[in-house]
Every structure is written in C-alpha cells, then in structure tokens.
Design a protein around this ligand. Sequence first.
Ligand code: ZN
Length: 136
Amino acid sequence: MELLKKSESGKGVSHVKISNPESFKGKEFIKDATGATSCEISFGSLEPGEAVPFFHSHKQNEENYIILKGSGDFQADNEVFSISPGSIIRVSAECKRSMRCTSDETMVYICIQAKENSLEQYTMEDGIITEHTAAW
Ligand code: ZN
C-alpha cells in the first residue's frame, strides 16, 4: 500500500493506494495509513478453495463486506448464502461469521468495520454544500 498524500496538520485529507486491487493478495488494514477515526477498512483475499480459518464475532463493531472479485459462500451464524462481485454483506457485532472462496479465481473483498449504531446522520442530513473554488 502506497501513501500518496497526508496533510501536514494531520487532519483534512490522506490518500493511500492499494497498488492493484484486482490482483490484491493477503490482508491489509487501512486505518493507520489514512488516520481514519470512524471506521477500519481492510482489503482481504481468499485463494480458490480457501476459507477464513476461523469464525469470529466482535465486541462492538459491525462489519460490511463488499465483494470485488471471485465468488463463494458466506456464513453468518448458521445461515449460508452465495456471494459474488457486487455482494454487500452487513454483519452485526455478535453474529459469528466466516466465508470461503469457491471460484477458480482469487476472491478480493473490502471489509468496513465501525461501531454498531454509531451512525447518527448521513448523506444530506450531515452534508453541507460549501462555497469553494475548484483548483483542478
Ligand atoms: Zn471482523
């Protein structure tokens, strides 16, 4: 992962780049690189036939998985369902989850982890249209 930009004040903006998300392999956590304060984002991959080797739950964070490439099965408690590119899976903190890759290609996914029930306002409730001049 490459750090492209971080504001000098430590606030404002940071920009990191996964060099090639399509061929990503392994697990990479992003929060420390960006300085995010509201969520943890990770990139993950599973090879064909590979499963996450454990089930897990969380103490307070829900997770949202976004499948970018590859397909397989997701299990949440005792419920199993198919996942494929475009699948977005929200899992509550206490739910036990795991997944496996059943496709011939590597599965690549993003996981966004944030405190359950912490989102108080969003989109136009939280957004403010501001006067600013484009610099591009
Ligand atoms: Zn987790």
